[in-house]
Design a binder for this molecule. Structure first.
Ligand code: HEM
Length: 201
């Protein structure tokens, strides 16, 4: 990796870690507001989704600019999205539901937004587990690439989780915005795949 790529990665690391540092500082100084658990749930969920969209935006940006130095950021953003999702799920299970398995199971089977969130989380976990380079060798490059298109499913499930949550409260502005960005990124990807395959034929 050349120096620019390394610097860029360090900057991305710093940017991704900042919200966590800020939230930890807010939690330690009891400055998370009247409902700290809800605040943590909302912040960690929002960052997980935002970083997932950043991860999906790397390839289109690289294709548009021809700047291949951006490529490693995909993994950085993806892993940070998973890390924020882990904290999000932990806050929900430990602080919100006090690890009461009966309640957790009831939520998982009765609340569609929890089902969608859990499916998104599972997809992110598979992606994170297969992200090391050694896994590319183990699975074979084309199988690995096919498996990693799962990142789009994770994005769709996460946006659906967010939208379902806000539907009742009629607060669909942010889910719609994230959904529009995701649709744009998906459309770009499909168009690029179509263009490459028709170019080849
Ligand atoms: C087992 C998996 C998950 C569970 C149980 C879960 C649960 C929750 C809960 C309880 C809330 C707050 C609900 C409320 O406002 O009353 C929430 C909000 C949210 N979650 Fe999740 N979640 C999961 C996975 C995910 C994942 C994987 C993502 C993103 C990649 C995500 C993104 C969000 C977002 C964006 C919000 C709304 C934040 C806001 O209101 O600003 N969640 N989730």
């Amino acid at each position: 990796m050349n120096i620019t790529a390394q610097r860029l990665r360090q900057l991305a690391w710093l940017a991704c870690a900042l919200p966590a540092v800020y939230l930890t500082q807010q939690a330690l100084t009891l400055s998370l507001g009247a409902n700290p658990v809800e605040k943590l749930e909302h912040e960690t969920g929002s960052w997980a989704l935002l970083l997932l969209l950043c991860c999906l935006a790397v390839t289109p940006l690289r294709q548009l600019t021809g700047w291949n130095t951006l490529a490693p950021l995909r993994r950085t953003f993806g892993l940070f999205a998973f890390a924020y999702a882990c904290v999000h799920v932990l806050v929900y299970a430990v602080l919100d539901r006090s690890l009461l398995w009966s309640e957790l199971l009831l939520d998982l089977t009765k609340r569609p937004y929890v089902m969608l969130g859990a499916a998104a989380f599972l997809a992110l976990a598979v992606l994170a587990a297969t992200s090391p380079k050694v896994m590319v060798k183990k699975l074979g490059a084309s199988a690995w690439k096919r498996l990693h298109t799962l990142v789009y499913a994770a994005g769709v499930l996460a946006v659906a989780h967010f939208a379902w949550l806000k539907w009742d409260k009629n607060l669909l502005d942010r889910p719609a915005m994230y959904g529009a960005v995701l649709a744009l990124l998906l459309a770009w990807r499909l168009w690029f795949v179509y263009r490459s395959s028709s170019g080849r034929s």
